[in-house]
Design a protein around this ligand. Structure first.
Ligand code: XLS
Ligand code: CA
Ligand code: CA
Length: 441
């Protein structure tokens, strides 16, 4: 059965096409300056939860999404979603997808029943994946929706909940291995607290670390070599989430001797919720060798919550691709559209419009960022800006040859200090010039 009858395979037709179901800037076969094709470099992925499960409901209103597979229920619905999934993957020509366990199969009355449901759908996915090019970028366990997680999962005060969470992750790692997942994600939606008055923060964080160690040990035991990723988010649903941002997550991993086994999955909207820019989070991860993967979406500056919109802001995609190119790509990671349509965009066709807009926006970002790097637009400026550390006292500082005595002596002999302009406005103008040039070429 075809679920998306209005749409055929989406091809690259270039910027002048009038076809809404065509890529204008994303050409999967185009070779980038690093020799990879756009498809190989950008590694786009569809998020199962938003695309096949999300119904558009919000705290004020019921779901709005019209989805042809919604005529089914239970396991039949789960199977219909797999069929619709591979139809969309093929038509969009995406190399990856991602899911939570509960996205692909309904929870049963018991954990055993949940496992059985999962096994059946995993078998079906495996069958489809045999002939499809679309692979699993990552999977994860949903440990935030069901009421049992109301106080958290691995950070719950209830040891039974901790054990249940461990079982879910054990199964998730087995599923990831079975389907050849390239990464495994931990997003701690309820791993945090609502009030310190009832919280043993030290025990909760120690337990979270114990949990991660056990997961890593089990992955090794079964030979599942996916990259583990922590996805930071400061709040929502909890008031405070332990993996607040990359810097906080990194300090946690360092304290608990976990840095060798984890990298970060950075979501644009989570960065802004933490009071950072998307590129800030990518930079912090990159300079620490911890940039693993990206949840590609965008928030709304007028709304204070996680709106998960499809990414269309070309400044943001350009500055994100700048970091990703500087990182030498995302390795086993990818650009996963953890993005949902607005409530008013309820037709199945909108799923294609959202993904096409997102893929084109990142393709533009990649092209502009490539040129900015090739022409050393910011690099040469930054290089010059820090040139005082290349000789004299600066070089001594960098080489660890100074102490406060030596620096005081130097400072006492200094005449007037001369600073140089940071030229922020000039650099932003250059960014505009490169963006517009890329679009008009
Ligand atoms: C929610 C998160 C979640 C993770 C996976 O805000 O983005 O969807 O990506 O659990
Ligand atoms: Ca996410
Ligand atoms: Ca989000």
């Amino acid at each position: 059965m075809a679920y998306f009858k209005n749409v055929n395979k989406v091809n690259y037709e270039g910027p002048s096409t009038q076809n809404p179901f065509a890529f204008k800037y994303y050409n999967p076969e185009e070779t980038m300056k690093n020799g990879q094709t756009m498809e190989e470099f950008l590694r786009f992925s569809v998020a199962y939860w938003h695309t096949f499960v999300g119904d558009g409901s919000d705290p004020f209103g019921q779901g709005t999404m019209v989805r042809p597979w919604n005529k089914f229920s239970g396991m039949d619905l789960a199977k219909a979603r797999v069929e619709a999934g591979f139809e969309l993957f093929e038509k969009l020509n995406v190399p990856f997808f991602c899911f939570h366990d509960v996205d692909i199969a309904p929870e049963g009355e018991t954990l055993k029943e949940t496992y059985d449901n999962l096994d059946e759908i995993v078998g079906m996915l495996k069958g489809y994946m045999k002939t499809s090019k679309t692979k699993l970028l990552w999977n994860t366990a949903n440990m935030f929706t069901h009421p049992r997680w109301l106080h958290g999962a691995a950070s719950s005060p209830n040891a039974d909940v901790f054990a249940y969470a461990a079982a879910k992750v054990k199964k998730g790692l087995e599923v990831g291995k079975e389907l050849g997942a390239e990464n495994y994600v931990f997003w701690g939606g309820r791993e945090g607290y609502e009030t310190l008055l009832n919280t043993d923060m030290k025990l909760e964080q120690d337990n979270l670390a114990r949990f991660f160690h056990m997961a890593k040990d089990y992955a090794q035991e079964i030979g599942f070599d996916a990259q583990f990723l922590i996805e930071p988010k400061p709040k929502e649903p909890t008031k405070h989430q332990y993996d607040f941002d990359v810097a906080t997550g990194l300090a946690f991993l360092q304290s608990y001797d976990l840095t060798d086994h984890f990298k970060f999955n950075i979501e644009a909207n989570h960065a802004t919720l933490a009071g950072h820019s998307f590129e800030h989070e990518l930079r912090v991860a990159r300079i620490n060798g911890m940039l693993g993967s990206v949840d590609a979406n965008q928030g709304d500056t007028l709304l204070g919550w996680d709106t998960d919109e499809f990414p269309t802001d070309m400044y943001a995609t350009t500055l994100a691709m700048y970091e990703i190119l500087k990182n030498g790509g995302l390795g086993t990671g990818g650009l996963n559209f953890d993005a949902k349509l607005r409530r008013g965009s309820f037709e199945p066709d909108d799923l294609f419009h959202g993904h096409i807009a997102g893929m084109d926006s990142f393709a533009i970002g990649a092209k502009v960022a490539e040129r900015l790097i090739e022409d050393k637009v910011f690099d040469s400026f930054v290089d010059e800006r820090y040139s005082s550390y290349k000789e004299g006292i600066g070089l001594d500082i960098v080489e660890g040859k100074t102490d406060l005595h030596k620096l005081e002596k130097y400072a006492l002999e200094l005449g007037s200090i001369r600073n140089h302009s940071g030229r922020q406005e000039k650099l932003k103008g250059l960014l505009n010039q490169y963006l517009l040039e890329a679009l008009t070429k």
